[in-house]
Design a binder for this molecule. Structure first.
Ligand SMILES: Nc1ncnc2c1ncn2[C@@H]1O[C@H](COP(=O)(O)OP(=O)(O)OP(=O)(O)O)[C@@H](O)[C@H]1O
Length: 220
C-alpha cells in the first residue's frame, strides 16, 4: 500500500471560532469543527453557505478574518501544513498550455519528488489515457478533472480537500473516485469533500459538517 508523504502526517485539524468576511458579506460566522485522520468528512449546505470558504481556509489558501486553524502535529504552522495538503477546487491551478503529464510532473518537482515515478503512478492509478499527453486546454472537463485529482494527490498528502470532485465526471469515473477516496481514508488520510450530491457516499460513516449561512448546524 502507498504510504503517506515524507512529512509526519496531519492527525487532526481543529477549527476554532472562524469568521470570514468579504467586504460586507459574512461568509463564516464563528465556525468550530474537528477533522480527523483516517476519516471522511463531508461539508454540506446550500449555495453560498460558506463551504468553499471553509475548505479554502483549512487548505491555507484563504486567510480567516478571525479565528484559528491548528494542524496536529504542526500547530498553526501553515507552511508545514501546506506541504501535507492535497487540494482540488474549481480553480485548479494548472497550466493550460502544458500537457496533463507535464502538469503532474511539475507538481511532483515542486514537492521534491522524482517526476518519472510520479507520472507512472498517476498514469496507472487514474488510468490516464492519451489525453494526458495533449495540452490541458484541449482536454474535456472530465479529463481535466481526472488530471487535477492525479495532480492533487501526487505527493501522497495526509489532508485531502476536494471541492465538488465529481464535477464533469462520468459514472465510471465517479465510481473510481469513490474507491480512491476510500483507499485514501484506509491509508490514514483525512479526506474532506464538499459535494452537492447527498447520496454520493451512500450509508458511509462519514463525519458531516452542515453549514447554514456561515454557521455549523448541530447534528443529532
Ligand atoms: N472572494 C470573494 N469575494 C466576495 N464574496 C465572496 C468571495 N468568496 C465567497 N464570497 C461570498 O461568501 C459567501 C460564501 O461563499 P462560498 O463560496 O464559501 O459558499 P459555498 O457554500 O461554497 O457556495 P456554493 O455551493 O455555491 O459553491 C457567499 O455569499 C459568497 O458570495
Amino acid at each position: 500500500m502507498r504510504s503517506l508523504g515524507a512529512a509526519p502526517p496531519i492527525q487532526r485539524v481543529m477549527v476554532r471560532g472562524l469568521v470570514k468576511t468579504f467586504g460586507s458579506t459574512v461568509a463564516l460566522r464563528g465556525v468550530n469543527a474537528t477533522i480527523e485522520a483516517a476519516r471522511l468528512t463531508r461539508i454540506e449546505g446550500a449555495n453560498g453557505s460558506g463551504k468553499s470558504t471553509l475548505l479554502g481556509i483549512v487548505g491555507t489558501v484563504i486567510r480567516p478574518t478571525s479565528g484559528a486553524v491548528t494542524y496536529e502535529p504542526f500547530g498553526d504552522d501553515r507552511e508545514m501544513a501546506r506541504a501535507s495538503i492535497g487540494w482540488l477546487s474549481h480553480e485548479s491551478l494548472a497550466y493550460p498550455d502544458l500537457t496533463g503529464r507535464q502538469n503532474i510532473e511539475l507538481a511532483a518537482r515542486m514537492h521534491g519528488l522524482p517526476t518519472q515515478d510520479a507520472w507512472q503512478e498517476a498514469e496507472e492509478r487514474f488510468e490516464l489515457g492519451k489525453f494526458a499527453l495533449r495540452p490541458l486546454r484541449t482536454c474535456s472537463r472530465g479529463q481535466r478533472q481526472r488530471l487535477a485529482l492525479a495532480r492533487a494527490l501526487v505527493h501522497h498528502p495526509s489532508l485531502i480537500l476536494l471541492d465538488e470532485p465529481t464535477t464533469g465526471l462520468d459514472a465510471a469515473s465517479v465510481s473510481r473516485l469513490l474507491l480512491l477516496i476510500q483507499a485514501e481514508v484506509d491509508r490514514g488520510a483525512a479526506v474532506v469533500v464538499v459535494s452537492h450530491e447527498p447520496d454520493l457516499f451512500g450509508a458511509s460513516d462519514a463525519a458531516r459538517l452542515v453549514l447554514d449561512r456561515g454557521r455549523i448546524v448541530p447534528q443529532a
